[in-house]
Design a protein around this ligand. Structure first.
Ligand SMILES: Cc1ncc(C[n+]2csc(CCOP(=O)(O)OP(=O)(O)O)c2C)c(N)n1
Length: 539
């Protein structure tokens, strides 16, 4: 069988539904095989969009996202998306075409050393020179991407290798030297943490995106139900626990809720689950008191003790560990602490001004939140829109919030929303973005239209790179913005319509509801352009 056919057949064994990609000379054999395959190829407009769509798909389906690009510029266009997935631990297999094996290393036409270039931000990568390696490599790549701490894996395949012939035999077991992720928490450590939790007077759970990777939200909710310990989450952990619960203490971090930081400071024990403890989520580690007991559960041992020194490390899969804890733990007597958490919460509840002439994004998001289904998926871009969407859309039920948390990649949300919708066609998907972010990958509106996925795009147009404007003003004073104004932006509604999507512009909050109803009931993707005052801030 031809290697390119074998790759398609392998994808079918993995139930790959979509391959997000962009062809090129170095992929001619692959695309010829795709023509006869069962999965659907989604033709993106820029390879970066392919990785972000694969990411949105992976995050919602819980499966590995697959994307493909040709050699040279196609491959290098994948890099930002691969790095984005790496930072947020998203399982992706990226396939790149490469020049013929004999042309490698000779600066041949459209040759780029993509394995070298992506080495720092792939979980693993391969250059397949021997056609007989392809099935082993594919098996390993899917396994590595989705096991342990998930992440992107890249497979670079020269064009002549794609054309070679092999036997399709998948019977060989995977045996990757030195790669054995620990999935069950050590029983001694589990006993130890139960004892420590029982002794705590003001315990707090601190949840990151790892809880989603481990598919452990049910076990987490069960843990809180049994123990009655309150919880805070990072931005990546948004939606893991319902915001309308009395045990919910809000979002921590640089852009988090003020009350969550106060709660964190009061805690005498913090149980960290699936969080990297990055600088953005820990406010440069000033959030913890020095005598707070820390317990850190993570699948990746390298994350434990990297940024915060903790007393009890526990390596393993959050779902397994929470399951073990749920069997052995009981309700704690911490009513006073819970009351205190709720007092702090009420005291600092975010006040929202209503008297803006143009759209107030906070009110716009709260309104949309109140009329959207409980399993709505929000993809947010980077900037003020990301923070508004994190703090003003309410996450309860099965609502999810997808964003580029680690790398902070503008342009993420539109492409991620396509993947998310294809992974879950029955859920409402709302892409929140800024006028800067959407212009980064604007042509992906074409991918959206062609894919027939229905997404509502909520575009906050403040005619500026709003978040940078805020940062400049904070550091260099008011009225000193530089390099952030869009003197000329396109008519976004006209552009949406040019891509045969629907759209409407809204200038005031009073008209929002009517437009939302239209967008929600529309069969087609619908762009809502909200005109926002340049000076409208994040806080
Ligand atoms: C690819 C990329 N380039 C630059 C930045 C730096 N950056 C962070 S936020 C931001 C402004 C975003 O502006 P916009 O998309 O209009 O959203 P707003 O902040 O106005 O909501 C910029 C330039 C980034 N995060 N990603």
């Amino acid at each position: 069988m031809k290697v390119s056919d074998a790759i398609c057949k392998f994808f079918e064994t993995k139930n790959v539904e979509y391959v997000f990609g962009y062809p090129g000379g170095a992929l001619l054999p692959m695309y010829e095989s795709f023509r006869h395959s069962n999965f659907k190829h989604i033709l993106v407009r820029n390879e970066q969009g392919a990785v972000h769509s694969a990411s949105g798909y992976a995050r919602i389906s819980g499966k590995v996202g697959v994307c493909i690009a040709t050699s040279g510029p196609g491959a290098t266009n994948l890099i930002t998306g691969i790095a984005t997935a790496y930072m947020d631990s998203i399982p992706i297999v990226a396939i790149t075409g490469q020049v013929n094996t004999e042309a490698i290393g000779k600066d041949s036409f459209q040759e780029a050393d993509i394995t070298g270039a992506t080495e720092p931000f792939t979980k693993h990568n391969y250059l397949v020179k021997d056609p007989n390696d392809i099935l082993r490599v594919l098996k390993e790549a899917f396994f590595i991407a989705s096991s342990g701490r998930p992440g992107p894996v890249l497979i670079d395949i020269p064009r002549n290798v794609q054309d070679a012939h092999i036997d399709f035999d998948l019977s060989k077991e995977i045996n990757i030297l030195g790669y054995k992720p620990t999935t069950d928490g050590h029983s001694g450590q589990i006993k130890k943490i139960i004892q420590r939790i029982k002794k705590a007077n003001r315990p707090l759970i601190y949840v990151g995106g790892g809880v989603f990777s481990a598919k452990a939200t049910k076990e987490l909710r069960e843990f809180v139900k049994i123990t009655k310990i309150p919880l805070v989450n990072t931005m990546m952990g948004l939606g893991a626990f319902p915001m309308d619960s009395p045990y919910y203490g809000g979002m921590v971090g640089f852009h988090g809720n003020e009350h969550s930081e106060l709660i964190l400071k009061e805690a005498d024990l913090v149980l960290i689950i699936g969080a990297r403890m990055s600088d953005r989520a820990t406010m440069n580690f000033s959030s913890f008191k020095t005598d707070t007991d820390l317990i850190h559960i993570d699948i990746d041992p390298a994350e434990i003790g990297k940024n915060v020194v903790n007393q009890i490390p526990i390596v393993g899969d959050a779902k397994n560990i929470l399951n073990s804890l749920n069997k052995k733990i009981s309700t704690l007597k911490i009513e006073d602490w819970l009351n205190k958490v709720n007092d702090i919460k009420t005291f600092t509840e975010n006040f929202v001004t209503t008297n803006t002439k143009t759209i107030n994004p906070k009110i716009a998001l709260r309104l949309l939140s109140s009329i959207s289904p409980n399993d709505t998926i929000i993809t947010a871009d980077v900037g003020q829109n990301q923070i508004w969407a994190a703090k003003n859309f309410k996450y309860y039920g099965d609502r999810r919030y997808l964003t580029s948390g680690g790398l902070g990649t503008m342009g993420y949300s539109l492409s991620a929303s396509i993947g998310a919708k294809l992974a879950s066609p029955n859920r409402e998907v709302i892409c929140v973005t800024g006028d800067g972010g959407i212009q980064m990958l604007l042509a992906e509106l074409g991918t959206l239209a062609e894919s027939k996925a229905k997404v509502i795009i909520l575009l906050f147009n403040n005619s500026a790179l709003g978040m940078v404007k805020e940062l400049q003003e904070k550091k260099y004073g008011k009225n000193a913005p530089f390099g952030i104004d869009y003197d000329l932006s396109p008519d976004f509604v006209k552009i949406a319509k040019a891509f045969s999507l629907s759209g409407e512009r809204v200038y005031s909050n009073a008209n929002l509801n009517k437009v939302y109803q239209k967008a929600l009931s529309s069969e087609k993707s619908f762009l809502i352009e909200c005109i926002v005052d340049k000076d409208f801030g994040t806080l």
